[in-house]
Design a protein around this ligand. Structure first.
Ligand SMILES: Cc1cc2nc3c(=O)[nH]c(=O)nc-3n(C[C@H](O)[C@H](O)[C@H](O)COP(=O)(O)OP(=O)(O)OC[C@H]3O[C@@H](n4cnc5c(N)ncnc54)[C@H](O)[C@@H]3O)c2cc1C
Length: 445
């Protein structure tokens, strides 16, 4: 804490202060404000702002946007698509998103430049205070963590980006939604379980005549100039605005993926798709940018005496597919419900319920996902599985539902049965066994 900031009466004491106006922070602010709580949402950039992302919304994200009453503006600024086209080892398979009783059977692509401000402004329209261009630089009066939880805090210290002025914002509860780098999360005591998977990804924009195709493309084999498969996957997401979002991702889990440079991977991938999509120096829109994908709830703890983490700051990305927007919206909403309970009961101990909700929503699923990514991070297993799987359509359809977390628990269809089998396997095979099986000692340490 610093002593030289202004202690200003300009800000009331809020029920909740939220650090970061991305999907998780804005959704949390919306649900709290809608329930009538006083909430302050602090974003260091000014909306609209760029954010490195593949810009892909699956049906799970669309559902959350529908729930917030935002599908209309998303449809207006985004591009609706039908499903996923998978490519790999000489095979191609186009698959519509599955029919589901809750989730729609379509997705959107929309730049984060257009998306994130919509949700933050929506929270403001429902009564949240939105501070743009204001950075949280420190916790206010942090307290020691107890029982292995996060530290507590009386609020945050903020700095106006334009003037450099600092001031305090006091709140009963503090939510860290500051993304994958989560400096404030680390100050609260968040650490990463390093033996669990972490992703890295890079994306760039290109103009392309194929910008309005109704599929998002996922390439499961990327080749170097000699035609050798390199670990990683690539995507091309049509944005419907004259551009496509082209990117690559890889997992840091396995030894084979270590030392792979995402910039080189992106070069190989762009070269591989250049002719089909018209990707070249002239159609490229600026240099690619990248970021990390903390996944599988590998960051923790998630709760302190009066603090919680959500979205990427909680490591909430789905390890199966690198999707984080839906999980940002969902964890923001779960946290809002728990914070609401604590405020109604005037009892901080209700926050512990957040861990239970996370476990209920993602515990089993992320256990299966972690086991799966450990296996496919071995290139031999990836080639064999993808090469065979892409030729058996029902298998790939089942996998699509599992990987996008679109199973219907009340059904006993192929994806639900396969998932239950994988869960049973993940329950009996300890996580470390995968590392030993794959000779992946580095990750096992
Ligand atoms: C290359 C790449 C491609 C991806 N593609 C997809 C995709 O296609 N679909 C998908 O669903 N997910 C994708 N993801 C993941 C997705 O981007 C994240 O999971 C998602 O943005 C998480 O939302 P969040 O709100 O937790 O964090 P963020 O979106 O990172 O938002 C955090 C916000 O906090 C602000 N902030 C940070 N520190 C402070 C501070 N101290 N004070 C105030 N504000 C602060 C930041 O400016 C930012 O606006 C991708 C990620 C990468 C890197």
């Amino acid at each position: 804490m610093t002593d030289d900031h202004d202690i200003t009466a300009a800000f009331p004491i809020y029920d909740v202060v939220i650090i970061g106006g991305g999907p998780s922070g804005s959704a949390c602010a919306y649900w709290l404000a809608r329930a009538g709580w006083s909430v302050c949402l602090i974003e260091k950039k000014t909306f609209p702002r760029e954010k490195t992302c593949g810009d892909g919304l699956t049906p799970r994200s669309v559902y959350q946007l529908q729930e917030m009453g935002l599908e209309g503006p998303v449809a207006q600024h985004g591009h609706r698509y039908n499903g996923l086209r998978a490519f790999g080892f000489g095979a191609t398979l186009a698959m519509n998103w599955p029919e589901h009783p809750k989730f729609p059977n379509y997705g959107y692509t929309i730049t984060r430049f257009n998306l994130d401000g919509l949700v933050a402004e929506h929270a403001r329209a429902h009564g949240a205070t939105l501070l743009n261009g204001v950075e949280v630089v420190d916790l206010l009066e942090p307290t020691t963590a107890i029982f292995g939880g996060l530290k507590g805090a009386s609020g945050v210290i903020i700095k106006q980006k334009d003037s450099g002025t600092t001031s305090e914002i006091r709140a009963r509860y503090v939510v860290a939604a500051d993304g994958q780098n989560s400096r404030i999360g680390r100050e609260l005591g968040v650490a990463r379980n390093k033996s669990w998977p972490m992703g890295m990804a890079l994306r760039g924009y290109y103009t392309s005549e194929r910008h309005d195709e109704p599929w998002i493309d996922s390439h499961l084999d990327i080749r170097d100039p000699e035609g050798k498969v390199v670990p990683g996957y690539g995507w091309i997401f049509p944005l419907g605005d004259g551009r496509v979002n082209v990117g690559v991702g890889l997992l840091s889990t396995g030894g084979a993926w270590k030392g792979v440079n995402t910039t080189r991977l992106q070069d190989y991938f762009v070269a591989q798709c250049a002719d089909a999509w018209g990707l070249n120096a002239e159609t490229q829109c600026g240099a690619p940018t990248g970021g990390r994908l903390p996944m599988g709830l590998a960051l923790g703890p998630h709760v302190g005496a009066n603090t919680v983490t959500i979205g990427d700051a909680a490591g909430a990305i789905n390890p199966f597919n690198g999707e984080g927007i839906a999980y940002g919206y969902e964890t923001g909403r779960l946290a809002a419900s728990v914070l609401g309970e604590a405020l109604v009961a005037n009892d901080d101990s209700y926050l512990a319920h957040y861990d239970e909700l996370l476990d209920e929503a993602y515990g089993d699923y992320y256990k299966v996902a972690r086991a799966f990514v450990r296996l496919i991070s071995e290139p031999r297993i990836l080639s064999a599985a993808v090469g065979a799987g892409l030729r058996v359509e029902p298998v790939m359809r089942a996998l699509l539902s599992i990987m996008a977390n679109l199973m219907d628990n009340d059904r006993r269809g192929p994806s639900e049965v396969t998932y239950r089998g994988l869960l049973a396997l993940a329950d009996v095979v300890p996580e470390r066994a995968y590392d030993l099986l794959l000779g992946n000692e580095r990750a096992a340490l």
